[in-house]
Design a protein around this ligand. Structure first.
Ligand SMILES: Cc1cc2nc3c(=O)[nH]c(=O)nc-3n(C[C@H](O)[C@H](O)[C@H](O)COP(=O)(O)O)c2cc1C
Ligand code: SF4
Length: 400
């Protein structure tokens, strides 16, 4: 692909009423850089300032909790109270000064939490996984209703804090996705049992948000096209139906992803399995056995990296979305591949996570004519950095 063909990546495109300067999205990436109460300061802001100086058209924040019981991780940024607004406003101002747009990814952790104790809420109960080691409890209906309202309140705070839109985290095994997936949602009431009922929670969350933020504020979603769970999760037919309904309801963009953190984190982000790295979070006497168990549960050969590993889903979803922009994430690495995706209208935006952890300025370099390929090697040690409760950074070449 020549330089002219790649220039399509630097053309603007709107999401709702928000014009994004180019076709690059920074996919949501948990930062582990907030204060423990969820408020943010310079440490957090600097991550976003750097990405905006690096000419990312649209930045999606790392997952942010919508209420105290929805928090998944230590040092996670929150939108659970008005006290969070001043720190976030200072950050969004800096991002806008550099010309980027920024959406807040709002998330309820559901069963995927390391901070809610051993019985976090989820659509249904279920067994323990290796990552979170909890036994979730099924949510009663009044709790479901409270969470729906909390999403609306959090989205309004995002708007008040100067975000240009929100992205619902409807992927990777967190609560919205848990409702959508038959693997996690085994309810037999009106919130489960078939795809239409499993969609009900997301429908009410969306309506609760719209009521609070109005029609002129982009509301978008990240969805899984494949859960890679031990038993059947969402099917592509389910996802088509979800996208059809969301389009009718007025969703402003959809990002397609895959995998769950609890059961299939290396399907979500393909590449190496840093088993020793994850084991290094355990006390020394248990590290050897932890590494062995980790490698057994997540066998390396299952996660071979290939560029654009979620792209197959575009042919199923593109038409259904009509004019709603499609954002594609998952192993996108080379400008020529990304330009081809846009030219062929397989997606409207290309989204990256790991390459921008390692090189936040890579898009600016490409824009300036330096066609250097990304240097991220998909070793996944950035997950290990987070597992140590350290601020997000590239973990390549570190000893774990
Ligand atoms: C360190 C790390 C943190 C992540 N945090 C989030 C997150 O907060 N929300 C989310 O939707 N996805 C998260 N992801 C998944 C990415 O957004 C993306 O879907 C996935 O890594 C594939 O994209 P890539 O190949 O460009 O890395 C995270 C991935 C990594 C590696
Ligand atoms: S640790 Fe660095 S090189 Fe490895 S996957 Fe993460 S960003 Fe890429």
């Amino acid at each position: 692909m020549n330089q002219d063909a790649e220039s399509i990546l630097f053309t603007p495109k709107s999401i709702g009423n928000v014009e994004v300067a180019n076709r690059f999205v920074r996919s949501a990436t948990f930062e582990c850089a907030a204060h423990e109460d969820g408020s943010v300061g310079d440490k957090y802001s600097k991550i976003y300032e750097r990405l905006s100086k690096g000419k990312v058209g649209l930045i999606i924040s790392g997952m942010m909790h919508i209420s105290e019981p929805s928090k998944s991780y230590h040092f996670q940024a929150g939108l659970h109270s008005d006290e969070m607004i001043p720190g976030l406003s200072a950050m969004t101002k800096k991002v806008h000064q550099a010309g980027s747009k920024i959406f807040a990814q709002i998330c309820h952790g559901g069963r995927q939490t390391l901070v809610q104790g051993k019985r976090p809420m989820a659509p249904s109960g279920g067994g323990m996984d290796l990552i979170y080691q909890v036994i979730p409890r099924p949510m009663p209906i009044d709790e479901i209703k409270t969470v729906i309202a909390d999403f609306g309140k959090a989205a309004l705070r995002a708007k008040q804090a100067g975000f240009d839109g929100v992205q619902l985290h409807g992927a990777h095994g967190y609560l919205i996705h848990e409702f959508l997936s038959p693997f996690f949602n085994r309810r037999s009431d009106e919130w489960g049992g078939n795809a239409k009922n499993r969609f009900r929670f997301l429908k009410y969350v969306y309506e609760s948000i719209r009521e609070k933020v109005g029609d002129d504020f982009p509301v978008t979603i990240k969805l899984n096209v494949n859960d890679h769970t031990p038993k059947l999760g969402v099917s592509i037919e389910d996802v088509k139906m979800y996208c059809e309904r969301l389009t009718e309801m007025g969703i402003d963009a959809v990002e397609l992803s895959c995998g769950t953190v609890a059961y299939s984190m290396f399907n979500q982000s393909r590449g190496d399995v840093p088993a020793k790295g994850f084991a290094s979070t355990q006390p020394l006497p248990f590290q050897w056995i932890s590494a062995k168990i980790f490698a057994l549960v997540f066998p390396q050969q299952r996660y071979i990296f290939e560029e654009g590993y979620n792209l197959w889903a575009s042919q199923h979803i593109r038409q259904v979305l009509q004019d709603v922009p499609l954002i594609m994430v998952g192993g996108l690495r080379s400008p020529d591949v990304m330009a081809k995706i846009i030219h062929e209208e397989q997606a409207d935006f290309v989204s990256m996570c790991r390459p921008l952890i390692r090189e936040p300025m890579i898009i600016k370099k490409w824009q300036d004519g330096n066609k250097k390929p990304v240097s991220c090697v998909n070793c996944n040690k950035c997950f290990v950095v987070l597992a140590h409760n350290e601020m997000l950074s590239c973990g390549n070449n570190r000893s774990f």
